[in-house]
Design a protein around this ligand. Structure first.
Ligand SMILES: Cc1cc2nc3c(=O)[nH]c(=O)nc-3n(C[C@H](O)[C@H](O)[C@H](O)COP(=O)(O)O)c2cc1C
Length: 385
């Protein structure tokens, strides 16, 4: 395949990438970064078996901010890895707590699968403050044999669930599929729904908010640089880190290798690095047939964990329906530049802040098959084995 690209980016630099395809470069992620998706091999310790499933959970920016203490038999103590946070875009660590919840949900499902009950105590040593996180555990979990536990049907989707950032088909999901997704992740003080073109102006407005929010995130230097810090470009970096946001496109690799793409410099609003991404995102939002949203009343730390559990259940249910999802978190983020859009999406979804919080907002539709995202595996998560 011959590819001929003329790119004018970052300060007017020009790069010609011809015949890249012929060099054997591929967008596919290196296998070494995806080993965790093969599941646990022979595993005598049930805790390690369930944890090998839990670590496939979705996590904001794929940070995998999970630390696990196994020093007490039959017990798993979960902590938040404070070296893996997003202080600019997630200043209250709300998404970090949701991402503890996604992990706990898959752990719970895996335990059921093996005839065990996961007795989960959230914040056994006290709850984090609303605007800070610390080293105290987020959960203490005991695995107890319990013949009354039934496997969760959603467990079958754990290895198939992937965040899908591609273009979706224009057709809206069927009413029954939407109902299954909404029903999968509920709970007290929680309300979920799906918006489609049938919702008229509200749906059109959601598209506008999603696009405007992405523009703010991409043109605010400190938020875009925060994402750059978690970019992993090319097979070596992707395999070495097995976290973050993987880019393995040959052109991006070339731009990175030649210094045309400098991850320490935020691109200007008119640079192609910005406008290209915006065009791509806007096209995908305009083609998205449905948005899923999840609202909670209250927003304390246990509620954020519960929201994470509900979110991964919704995404597993979508997977079971042959549907794809991609969170679009930008308008939900609590930094000053986003304040107006934050208020607007809350009002639009009938969830006025601060009594309510839109915990998740996501594209929903039928998408092409995508690859899994890298995982670090269990060993790096263990603080006490
Ligand atoms: C709380 C939360 C917020 C997220 N926000 C976004 C987002 O705004 N955009 C996006 O593309 N993915 C978002 N994601 C998806 C993660 O990037 C994704 O889970 C991670 O990269 C791992 O990939 P996987 O879900 O395919 O396993 C979010 C995930 C969570 C749990």
């Amino acid at each position: 395949m011959q590819r001929r690209h003329l790119l004018r980016i970052l300060g007017g630099g020009v790069i010609t990438a011809a015949t890249l395809g012929a060099t054997g470069c591929s967008k596919a992620l290196p296998e070494g970064a995806l080993l965790a998706w093969q599941g646990p091999q022979e595993e005598a310790d049930l805790r390690r078996w369930v944890l090998s499933h839990a670590l496939l959970a979705p996590h904001s920016h794929n940070l995998q901010s999970w630390l696990v203490d196994l020093s007490v038999p039959d017990q798993i103590t979960l902590h938040l890895d404070r070296t893996r946070l997003l202080p600019e875009t997630d200043p209250l660590s709300r998404q970090m707590l949701m991402s503890q919840g996604t992990f706990i949900e898959l752990l719970d499902q895996a335990a059921r699968q093996r005839g065990h009950r996961a007795d989960i105590t959230l914040f056994p040593d006290g709850v984090f403050a609303a605007d800070a996180v610390d080293d105290r555990p987020t959960a203490r979990i005991r695995l107890v044999p319990d013949a009354s536990q039934r496997p969760d049907p959603l467990f079958a989707q754990v290895f198939l669930r992937h965040t899908n950032r591609e273009m979706y088909e224009a057709t809206a999901p069927s009413p029954s599929a939407m109902a299954a997704i909404v029903a999968a992740g509920g709970g007290p003080s929680m309300r979920a729904g799906v918006s489609t073109a049938a919702d008229g102006d509200s749906f059109a407005r959601q598209r506008d908010i999603a696009k405007a929010a992405w523009r703010i995130e991409l043109t605010t230097p400190r938020t875009v640089l925060e994402s750059y810090r978690w970019l992993r470009i090319g097979p070596d970096e992707i395999t070495r880190h097995r976290d973050g946001l993987s880019l393995n496109d040959p052109l991006v690799r070339l731009m990175d290798a030649t210094g045309v793409f400098d991850r320490t410099v935020a691109p200007g609003p008119d640079d192609m690095a910005t406008t290209g991404q915006l065009d791509d995102f806007n096209r995908k939002i305009d083609g998205t047939p449905a948005f899923y949203w999840l609202v909670t009343q209250g927003n304390d730390r246990p509620t954020q964990i519960a929201a994470g559990r509900a979110w991964v259940r919704a995404q597993l249910a979508a997977t079971a329906q042959g549907l794809a999802m991609q969170p679009i978190s930008q308008a939900l983020q609590e930094y000053p530049e986003m304040r107006d859009l934050y208020a607007e999406i809350h009002a639009l979804l009938g969830a006025p802040a601060p009594a309510h919080t839109v915990q998740m907002w996501a594209r929903l539709g039928k998408g092409p098959t995508v690859q899994p995202a890298p995982r670090r595996g269990l060993a790096p998560l263990l603080i006490k084995a």
